[in-house]
Ligand binder design. Structure first.
Ligand code: SAH
Length: 242
């Protein structure tokens, strides 16, 4: 049987993965992924072969995974968080369109919105959306429109890929757009290196967030009009009567 597991690892090392993810990795001959994620789990699977490449090598890496599966090896392709949220699940399914004999199985993991929310408190108790600020594959105008409409709809907004060396001012630009419909006092938070060494978080206002520099290993949370801080935690009330 030709098989590819597409596995979400959760935010950090193997202890943050689900048991089902661990079982999938254990039953694979080879584990394929971005080198940062391979390094996070390598020591936990000393018997396995690994194939890793750097960032931006996604298509080539996934093509390699398909070749390995066609040769009869059971392959796991790993993503951080959930493989179906800006991960590798879609690309593998697309590449396997021409190879229906390969069975693909997506194994869900804890996405950064959920693991980061847990660090901050309970910011996602009500309707929320996830927007990536990366314009590598999405035109910036579309990102701006999504930010504007999400802010207008008073959604809690999680921002993935909030920054990179080339896009240092994107978070500030995103804040300007959200400020068209959200108050500068809106409660926000960010978490860096969720579940990894160097985990750090802060809770701040949208006005302050605009002047904050974050890196690409950070997830940003922008509250709705009801979000507040309770004992140092970011909380969006669900609406229960007390
Ligand atoms: N598949 C991943 C998302 C990949 S996109 C998931 O479901 O979580 C990459 C972005 O995800 C990063 O720029 C960051 O915004 C967020 N992210 C992923 N892992 C993270 C972590 N451990 N800590 C903080 N942010 C993380």
């Amino acid at each position: 049987m030709k098989k590819i597991y597409i596995v979400g690892l959760g935010p950090g090392g193997v202890e943050q993965a689900t048991q089902r993810a661990v079982t999938a990795l254990e039953s694979s001959d080879i584990i394929v992924g971005y080198d940062v994620y391979v390094n996070l789990i390598k020591d936990s699977f000393p018997q396995k072969s690994f194939y890793s490449t750097g960032m931006r090598g996604e298509t080539q890496r996934c093509q390699k995974a398909v070749e390995l599966a066609l040769s009869g090896q059971t392959v796991s392709v790993i993503s951080s968080g959930d493989a179906g949220v800006y991960g590798m699940a879609g690309l593998i399914c697309e590449l396997c369109e021409a190879h229906p004999e390969i069975e693909t199985e997506v194994v869900s993991g804890i996405t950064a919105a959920c693991s980061g929310a847990a660090v901050l408190g309970a910011p996602l108790m009500h309707d929320f959306c996830v927007i990536s600020l990366s314009d590598l594959m999405t035109p910036w105008e579309k990102i701006e429109k999504r930010l504007r409409l999400a802010a207008e709809a008073d959604l809690v907004i999680c921002l993935y890929n909030p920054s990179s060396r080339k896009r240092a001012d994107y978070l500030a630009r995103a804040c300007d757009i959200m400020l068209l419909h959200k108050s500068p006092e809106t409660v926000c938070g960010y978490v860096k290196n969720i579940g990894r060494e160097g985990e750090e978080y802060a809770i701040l206002t949208l006005g302050e967030l605009k002047n904050t520099k974050v890196d690409m290993f950070t997830t940003v949370f922008v509250g709705n009009s009801q979000t507040r801080t309770i004992n140092g935690k970011m909380v969006t009330p669900r609406g229960y009567e007390l």
